[in-house]
Write a protein that binds this ligand. Structure first.
Ligand code: 8X3
Length: 253
């Protein structure tokens, strides 16, 4: 019997790497994201590397309640089979001080990182409760534990993700549904490019240090998922060795 995982934001970085890591564990996958061309590319990669798994792709924006509900309606039967949900879609926009911040940036972060996660979770978790099994993996961040200058709103969204993981775990107590909050530090992905919309600025973030690669985080997710059903890794904080804390980075140049 096929085991199914749903991964949001699978078009790049941690989402893409998690798709590969779970496919390696023989999960069939529902991959979602905004960029259809990237989903096509991921599907082709998965079929080549893991011919035994099935792939369903759906292109929509998790922050758009209407698009999410259309996705839910179109995939009602598939969603009932989802054993693992990886709420990975999320982003940061800008590092302006709050007194200068862009309302559009704030709304994008809040809508995607908090509301998007909630919309998707709501549609999947009820089936998990009915089946009395499942695992929800939320992508938090070390920014959801410690705030840094210019990151107030982004950090607030990741604090919210941590609160949602905790709240969900409490609400699900008594069921066999597990909830894990993965909290990475600096990861070399499209994250900083999306934040700054400027490749030079993005590259500077990782200058002279060795960040985590998306695969490093994906492997920890796959490890959490592979624990026996009675074991729930509630929180996993993962930093690069060159980062001791938010804003405390060892740079060689
Ligand atoms: C990303 C971690 O420290 O770059 O969530 O904001 S950080």
């Amino acid at each position: 019997m096929q085991r199914w995982a749903l991964i949001t934001g699978a078009t790049a970085g941690i989402g893409w790497a998690t798709a590969e890591a779970l496919a390696a564990q023989h999960f069939s996958l529902i991959i979602t994201g905004r960029r259809l061309d990237r989903l096509d590319e991921l599907e082709a990669t998965l079929h080549k590397k893991f011919p035994q798994i099935k792939v369903i792709k759906a292109s929509f924006d998790v922050s758009d309640r209407f698009e999410v509900s259309e996705f839910m309606k179109a995939h009602q039967a598939d969603l009932q089979n989802v054993e693992v949900l990886v709420n990975n879609a999320g982003l940061a926009k800008g590092t302006d001080k709050m007194q200068d911040g862009s309302l559009d940036d704030w709304e994008t972060m809040i809508d995607t990182n908090i509301k998007g996660l909630l919309f998707i979770t709501r549609g999947v978790v009820e089936h998990m409760v009915k089946k009395n099994s499942g695992h929800i993996v939320n992508l938090g961040s070390v920014a959801g534990r410690w705030t840094y200058p210019g990151g107030g709103v982004y950090c607030a969204t990741k604090f919210a993700v941590r609160a949602l993981s905790e709240g969900l775990r409490m609400d699900l107590l008594g069921t066999k549904v597990r909830v894990t909050n993965i909290e990475p530090g600096m990861v070399h992905s499209e994250f900083s490019f999306v934040r700054f919309d400027d490749q030079k600025k993005a590259d500077k973030v990782y200058e002279g240090m060795i960040p985590l690669e998306p695969k490093d985080v994906a492997e920890t997710i796959a490890w959490c998922v592979a624990r026996p059903a009675h074991v729930n890794i509630q929180v996993l904080v993962i930093y690069p060795t060159d980062q001791a804390h938010v804003g405390m980075v060892n740079r060689r140049s």
